[in-house]
Design a protein around this ligand. Structure first.
Ligand SMILES: Nc1ncnc2c1ncn2[C@@H]1O[C@H](COP(=O)(O)OP(=O)(O)O)[C@@H](O)[C@H]1O
Ligand code: SF4
Ligand SMILES: [Mg+2]
Length: 457
């Protein structure tokens, strides 16, 4: 589990312990014989209004992270907190760490006390918006258990009370995740959230339905979301900050309102009214990606996952699309998760960058910090091969030996040890935790960012 930053306030998303395993099935009965560990215990956060870049080689799990955050693929494990007070996320992550560390049937007195303390701290906090009755009930339980366990001797096991502690932890975690985590919300609530989170797909050729007119493609999310847009976002309390934004179609089901909105959206992305009655095959790759962006914007989202939005386009068109995305972000106050395998694009677009390797985050920091001081050997290797526009500047390119191992059978310990030039004995056995090396620069490496209590040798 990663150390979480100390900043107060609220992030738009906090991803805690996210895992996505795809089952591998074989034989006549399609029995599960293994799993592709596409995303394996990933932790990061996205601040409101920023662009977080997710970079890594093909197949390292970037798309799966984006899809899991949007609930297009349900995560195997983990929590995607949405607009949750930072302290609650920190305490929840700590609670999870203690729960995962408990040796079943052998819970210690200290562990039981710590679990009860954390539950009281989270649910007793004024910023926690879990139902008041539930909060009171669970906190009373935590106080009672704490008193019972405190009466035990310092080295005594919790014994028969372990079950009660586990039940209390289950109740508390259920209340918290149902209140704050997008992947534990009820169906209707998920549908409402989908309007706030949109996805722009990698391939502009397959992501638009070839049988639909552009006007219908762009209007599709509005029609699917009208109930939620109407009730929860557009028709709700007027937002003075949004005055200059596009007209809010209050009665979004009316055809003339949808038509006006579609025209506005097309103009926003550099197309116009005459494109409405055409089919996707009549457009170039860049134009199709613009249509995809208009479709994502149609429901006035807060957050957009941009999955390699320019990798299928010519370089000149790439620059136009990236600049347009920057403008749209400023105009609408959008937050982006920008997925790419290209570090030059990431450098142009992002505020902070997370580097992924084989389903895990290797390093994650502010963009300028990461490019100036790459700390993880994998980041160093990635940065060393970016072309620089200076023929006299000599750079030592780091060419990594071997191929990326299969996510179905990742190496033990540090996943990068089979290719790492700095690997030492411990790297093959112990997985390095993601450590804050200062100023929210997170690194997972025994040599470059040793965790307290783990000796690199
Ligand atoms: N639906 C799926 N079923 C099985 N394996 C999948 C599925 N989606 C992705 N994977 C596997 O998960 C790993 C990560 O994939 P992905 O997230 O698409 O990587 P990236 O976007 O970084 O290229 C890959 O090994 C891929 O083969
Ligand atoms: S933990 Fe070891 S193998 Fe992994 S990146 Fe650091 S030095 Fe290399
Ligand atoms: Mg991908």
């Amino acid at each position: 589990m990663a150390e979480l930053p100390k900043a107060d306030g609220t992030n738009l998303f906090d991803v805690v312990g996210l895992k996505k395993y795809f089952p591998i099935r074989a034989g006549l009965l399609k029995r599960q014989v293994g799993a592709v560990k596409a995303v394996d215990d990933v932790n990061f956060f996205v601040r409101k209004g920023e662009t977080l870049g997710l970079v890594g080689e093909s197949g390292c799990g970037k798309t799966t992270v984006g899809r899991a955050m949007m609930m297009l693929t349900p995560p195997t494990e983990g929590y995607v907190f949405y607009s949750t007070p930072r302290q609650i996320v920190r305490d929840f992550a700590e609670l999870l760490r203690v729960v995962r560390g408990v040796n079943k049937g052998k819970m210690s007195r200290a562990e039981a006390l710590e679990l009860a303390r954390l539950i009281e701290k989270i649910l007793g906090s004024g910023s926690c918006t879990v139902d008041e009755d539930k909060k009171r009930q669970i906190c009373r339980g935590a106080v009672a258990i704490r008193a019972e366990v405190q009466a035990l001797g310092p080295d005594e096991k919790v014994g028969g009370r372990e079950r009660a502690v586990q039940d209390l932890v289950d109740d508390a975690m259920t209340e918290i995740v149902e209140r704050y985590c997008v992947n534990y919300k009820r169906k209707g609530e998920v549908k409402r959230l989908r309007g706030k989170i949109q996805f722009v797909f990698q391939d502009p050729f397959s992501s638009l339905d070839p049988k639909m007119l552009i006007k219908d493609i762009v209007a599709e999310p509005i029609k699917a979301q009208y109930r939620y847009i109407d009730r929860h976002r557009w028709a709700a309390k007027p937002n003075p900050a949004a005055k200059d934004r596009m007209d809010r179609p209050y009665k979004v089901r009316k055809p003339e309102v949808i038509r006006t909105r579609v025209i506005q959206l097309l103009e926003k992305v550099g197309l116009n009214v005459e494109h409405m009655y055409r089919f996707p095959h009549e457009f170039s790759g860049g134009q199709r990606q613009r249509i995809g962006i208009a479709r994502a914007l149609s429901v006035d989202p807060e957050f957009i996952v941009l999955d390699e939005p320019t990798s299928a386009l010519d370089v000149s068109v790439q620059a136009q699309i990236l600049n347009m995305l920057n403008q749209l972000q400023n105009e609408f106050g959008l937050t982006f998760l920008f997925i790419s395998h290209d570090l030059s694009t990431i450098r142009h677009m992002c505020d902070r960058v997370a580097v992924m390797y084989l389903g895990k985050i290797a390093e994650y920091a502010d963009k300028n910090e990461l490019f100036a001081r790459p700390t993880h050997p994998y980041t160093e290797a990635l940065l060393s091969v970016i072309p620089v526009p200076d023929p006299d500047l000599k750079r030592d390119r780091i060419i990594l030996p071997g191929d990326v191992p299969s996510p179905a059978n990742p190496p033990p310990g540090c996943r990068f040890h089979t290719r790492c030039p700095l690997a030492v004995g411990i790297c093959k056995v112990v997985e390095p935790p993601l450590i804050d090396t200062g100023g929210e620069h997170f690194v997972a490496c025994h040599v470059r960012a040793p965790a307290p209590g783990i000796k690199a040798q």
